[in-house]
Design a binder for this molecule. Structure first.
Ligand code: FES
Length: 159
């Protein structure tokens, strides 16, 4: 199939590429840009491992074609990590054992940060609800909710 030109911004840098029209955004990020922090699990929109930000909203990058990101601003876990935006959240995940082998972790962090940007002090039910689209097979979720809640409290200046 004839490659299609796509131009977008990824983690603040302009990217121009020619891609197969059916290439999904997750594979584009991983295979063309070597941004392998975006993980691919189910490949049909269920597990949340491939979560990235597109124009400020989190999306499943396995359900979006790379060409659909034309002129968009895409942010991956590498971008959020390198900028320091989620340094406190990452530290809370580490300190509270909210990850084990880490396959779900990038997507989980993207979704958690999305919630913390929307709501200053979500309660545990809201945290669970917002993360319901991100599967974790190791932690049982309790430690993840602990880490997100602790980060929310710290950002709100609560003891
Ligand atoms: S790989 Fe995209 S939701 Fe599972």
């Amino acid at each position: 199939m004839t490659p299609v030109q796509v131009s977008l911004e990824v983690n603040g840098e302009r990217v121009d590429a020619h891609v197969p029209p059916r290439l999904n955004l997750a594979d584009f990020l991983r295979e063309h840009l070597q941004l392998t922090g975006t993980h691919v699990g189910c490949e049909h929109g269920v597990c949340g491992a491939c979560t990235v930000r597109v124009d400020g909203d989190i999306v499943r990058s396995c359900l979006m074609l790379a060409v659909q990101a034309q002129n968009a601003s895409v942010e991956t876990i590498e971008g959020l990590s390198d900028s320091g935006e989620i340094a406190d959240l990452q530290a809370a995940f580490r300190d509270r054992n909210a990850l084990q082998f880490g396959f779900c972790t990038p997507g989980m962090l993207m979704a958690a940060q999305d919630l913390l940007k929307l709501e200053a002090e979500p309660d545990r039910d809201r945290i669970r609800e917002h993360l319901a689209g991100n599967y974790c097979r190791c932690t049982g979720y309790q430690a993840i909710v602990d880490a997100v809640e602790a980060t929310a409290w710290a950002r709100a200046g609560r003891p």
